[in-house]
Design a binder for this molecule. Structure first.
Ligand code: ZN
Ligand code: FE
Length: 253
């Protein structure tokens, strides 16, 4: 039975996601960027929330947990690091399984942006919620982990089927595209960047993306191929990645 996904923009550039297992009608939210927006969307949909699925501890991801739980009775699932902010009912990490009715999520360790960041993968529906690990044409900043950890996390996501729909937590794609064009002149990237700029002009979301699109055009996943251009020729894959990541951190586009 399919999973319904309802996506809505909130805060300055976050996306909120409400999901529902069609077989049982049970619903969950991915992270809690904005409790009031989540509760308003739930009201519009008429869905009853049973789970909060956190990807990492940052306040724009777990800051609304208390208000959402108090209003809905939902219980929370997330990495232990979320307890830096608020207690979590069930702590999970890579290899664990989370059920929403009949929908199964495999928890994927995607540390690097924060040390215990996780992603939720529903293999049956070809859907992954990746928080701040993988973005359309981008990836999360290395606030806590290092290039080696983040590269390993990105490789775990890149190993998912190409048609996996990837729900990233921020609309950063236009600025990611400007950076990508500065380090890569691949025609597929140019075409995608043009489509991204046009979509944003029209006010359209560029999320979700797919694993296939990211493998083809995301400069962070393509880092080993771009090593020479970023001054990391002959270096290990995670070092090439780290060089591209540092170039993005310093990019004034
Ligand atoms: Zn974050
Ligand atoms: Fe975030």
């Amino acid at each position: 039975m399919p999973l319904d996904v309802h996506q809505f923009p909130c805060l300055s550039d976050n996306y909120g996601f409400l999901i529902r297992d069609r077989a049982t009608g049970l619903a969950a939210c991915i992270d809690t960027p904005d409790a009031k927006a989540i509760l308003a969307e739930l009201g519009k949909l008429g869905w009853k929330l049973s789970l909060i699925l956190n990807t990492h501890w940052h306040p724009d991801h777990a800051g609304g947990n208390a208000e959402v739980a108090a209003a809905t009775g939902a219980s929370s699932v997330g990495p232990a690091e979320v307890e830096r902010l608020i207690p979590v009912d069930r702590k999970v990490g890579g290899g664990d399984t989370v059920m929403l009715g009949e929908t199964r999520f495999d928890v994927i360790d995607s540390g690097g942006h924060t040390l215990q960041h996780i992603a939720y993968h529903d293999a049956a529906d070809h859907v992954a919620f990746v928080g701040d690990t993988l973005f359309a044409l981008g990836c999360g900043r290395l606030f806590e982990g290092d290039a080696e950890q983040m590269w390993a996390s990105l490789q775990r996501l890149a190993a998912l089927p190409d048609d996996t729909r990837v729900y990233c937590a921020h609309e950063y794609t236009a600025s990611n595209a400007r950076f990508a064009l500065s380090v890569d002149d691949d025609p597929a990237l140019k075409a995608r960047a043009d489509a991204v700029f046009a979509a944003r002009e029209r006010g359209e979301a560029t999320v979700p993306t797919t694993i296939g699109a990211e493998k083809a055009t995301n400069p962070f996943l393509r880092a080993p191929l771009l090593a020479a251009r970023v001054g990391a020729a002959g270096r290990a894959a995670h070092e090439a990645f780290g060089t591209v990541r540092a170039a993005k951190d310093n990019f004034k586009g």
